[in-house]
Design a protein. Structure first.
Length: 163
């Protein structure tokens, strides 16, 4: 552990890195490796994430896509324009509200994901390689739990109960 790592007393007199710090370090390593893996395809991690969200969720507005891709709406708007210009997505008016444009994958977008997915899955496999199936499930459930718990905290802070 470096001197710069935020730490906490484990109760046993030993100082251990904060879990939040470890998660952030993991995120930074994943982001750098994904950017490297996707660069030959002219893709960024954020673009790849947006395409995978559209693949799994179907047509979404830019605002919905931003929330599900962990981006600000302004950033997503720029990305959507870029993905649309490359022919990876198309946007069409929503049936009941023509002012809302729904983004969806094109065949070219699906082909791009098919080309990128093996490189991303290679990173996933490297992350989990030394864990047995039970440890993998525990790790994944721990991450889900953390996301839920902090998501609830975030919602509570944005919408405090009225007195």
């Amino acid at each position: 552990m470096s001197d710069a790592e935020p730490s906490t007393d484990s109760g046993l007199g030993a100082r251990t890195p904060l879990t939040l710090y470890l998660v952030k370090r993991l995120e930074l390593v994943i982001r750098a490796l994904m950017d490297d893996a996707l660069r030959p395809f002219g893709m960024t991690t954020l673009q790849y994430t947006a395409l995978t969200v559209l693949e799994s969720r179907g047509p979404l507005s830019s605002a919905q896509l931003a929330r599900r891709s962990f981006l600000r709406p302004q950033t997503m708007h720029e990305m959507v324009l870029s993905l649309e210009k490359r022919g990876l997505i198309v946007r069409e008016p929503q049936a009941d509200n023509k002012r809302i444009l729904l983004a969806q994958l094109t065949e070219l977008g699906r082909a791009m994901l098919a080309r990128c997915n093996p490189h991303v899955l290679e990173l996933e496999q490297a992350l989990l390689a030394d864990l047995d199936p039970e440890q993998r499930d525990t790790f994944r459930e721990g991450l889900r739990h953390g996301a839920r718990a902090l998501g609830e905290l975030s919602s509570a802070r944005k919408n405090p109960p009225s007195a």
